[in-house]
Write a protein that binds this ligand. Structure first.
Ligand code: ZN
Length: 138
């Protein structure tokens, strides 16, 4: 089972970023030459996450509002007392979504739905240079 490794980089703003990385993943798959297999995506760090969504400004706005309802930035977090970095909400939000995705590759493309894009979510309270690990399996 040959494995190809790549990386995707994104700069974030500390304002709950939702960044479409679909074309960058497709580019990695194209470069790998793999036509049938799977891709695993993983974002290292406990304040970033990956999911899929219809990447359209209305849905992105709805998602951000839902995240704010589920894990508001301005409530009490024990993490902030223990660590002092003020990003308790960031860790909780990231944990809910998870850090990885696993997507089949068929005929050289991911089996995403027509309106389904891959997005990096960044919840940290400071700008980050994120790297996403891309493992492509034949
Ligand atoms: Zn923290």
């Amino acid at each position: 089972m040959p494995v190809k490794h790549g990386q995707i980089f994104e700069n974030t703003t500390a304002e709950t970023d939702v960044i479409d990385i679909t074309y960058k993943v497709e580019r990695e798959i194209g470069a790998s030459g793999v036509t049938n297999g799977a891709v695993i995506l993983f974002v290292p760090g406990s304040t970033g996450a990956l999911t899929t969504i219809e990447f359209e400004s209305g849905v992105v706005s709805d998602l951000k509002k839902a995240i704010e309802r589920v894990a508001p930035e301005d409530i009490y977090y024990e993490h902030n007392e223990r660590w002092g970095d003020g990003n308790g909400y960031s860790h909780v939000r990231a944990a809910i979504f998870g850090a990885s995705l696993h997507i089949p590759i068929v005929g050289g493309h991911m089996t995403l739905g027509t309106w389904q894009q891959i997005v990096l979510l960044d919840f940290d309270n400071r700008p980050r240079k994120r790297q996403i690990e891309v493992q492509i399996f034949e």
